[in-house]
Design a protein around this ligand. Structure first.
Ligand SMILES: Nc1ncnc2c1ncn2[C@@H]1O[C@H](COP(=O)(O)OP(=O)(O)OP(=O)(O)O)[C@@H](O)[C@H]1O
Ligand SMILES: [Mg+2]
Length: 275
């Protein structure tokens, strides 16, 4: 058994004639928190699908939490992985009758069976998580009536209910206003700093969401790794330009990276021909 949280070796994933992931070798160690950056269609979600066992690579080796795929009960492994993405919000549309705290509590089913009894300790934990995300006062409100930001916080609290070792947040701030985004980022930053918190994989299109506690970055372009490693080295102007196909300037401010798009004219689109 190795001590990596994630270890991918030479991953390749082909669908029909298209190679979606190419030669991905990536190690995540305990104590690290990673951001995953790349354009639409660069392969971020495909890569997460490999880690959670929803897709099998065409070639290569996947080890997650010391367990090698193929030798492991994937359902058991998934219980140690929390995954929050906007597509999960959709899934919860059908649970409109549940309150926020019932949705958080339902996260416990990832670790104990659906038919096990909820204990007072579980209830306390759910309430504590809601408070941590500053929505303690919304516990009794119907999930369907929460704002987008409140729903997102509820879903992250739900994922944490099972005390996962690995937490994947796929664009958690999409659709949030600037205040809700900063509140959510602050809570995630605090979670990252706590000793017993999960290892985080954070996927985003917005580089300024790379909060100080994120230590490492993986940049993807057309299914290949542009660069990966310690964030200050990896998030260089050159690497980001290769990742986003745009000339840009990077500035670190309060331990967060901000980018400005530089003037360019080689990518103008001729809309006249479109109609
Ligand atoms: N099951 C599949 N069959 C065929 N092609 C797929 C499949 N899943 C993903 N793809 C293709 O693989 C590429 C990468 O998709 P993926 O969803 O991983 O991108 P992404 O980086 O998550 O993009 P976004 O930022 O838009 O979420 C896309 O071109 C997509 O169309
Ligand atoms: Mg995606």
């Amino acid at each position: 058994m190795n001590s990596h949280i994630i270890s991918l070796k030479g991953i390749e994933w082909k669908q029909k004639d298209k190679t979606i992931l190419k030669d991905i070798t990536w190690n995540v160690e305990k104590g690290e928190h990673w951001v995953l950056l790349g354009l639409n269609g660069s392969g971020k979600t495909s890569l997460l699908n490999m880690i959670t066992g929803y897709q099998w690579p065409t070639n290569g080796e996947v080890n997650v939490l010391g367990m090698r795929f193929g030798e492991t009960n994937i359902l058991k492994l998934r219980k140690s992985i929390g995954w929050v993405s906007t597509s999960l919000d959709e899934r919860f549309k059908h649970h409109g009758g549940e309150t926020a705290s019932e949705v958080v509590l339902s996260g416990i089913h990832a670790t104990i069976g659906i038919y096990d009894e909820i204990t007072a300790e579980d209830l306390n934990r759910a309430n504590h998580l809601l408070q941590q995300f500053r929505i303690g006062h919304l516990g009794e409100q119907k999930f369907s009536s929460l704002s987008q930001g409140e729903k997102r916080k509820t879903m992250i609290a739900r994922a944490l209910m099972a005390s996962p070792e690995l937490l994947i947040l796929d664009e958690p701030c999409s659709g949030l206003d600037i205040l809700s985004r900063e509140e959510l980022l602050q809570t995630v930053d605090q979670m990252n700093r706590s000793e017993d918190g999960p290892t985080l994989i954070y996927v985003t299109h917005h580089i300024e969401e790379v909060i100080p506690s994120i230590s490492h970055a993986l940049l993807l372009h057309e299914g290949s790794i542009v660069a990966s490693g310690e964030k200050y080295k990896t998030l260089s102007e050159e690497n980001l330009q290769d990742t986003f196909e745009l000339p840009l300037a990077l500035e670190w401010d309060n331990d967060r990276p901000w980018i400005r798009i530089q003037p360019h004219n080689n990518r103008s689109i001729d809309f006249n021909n479109s109609y």
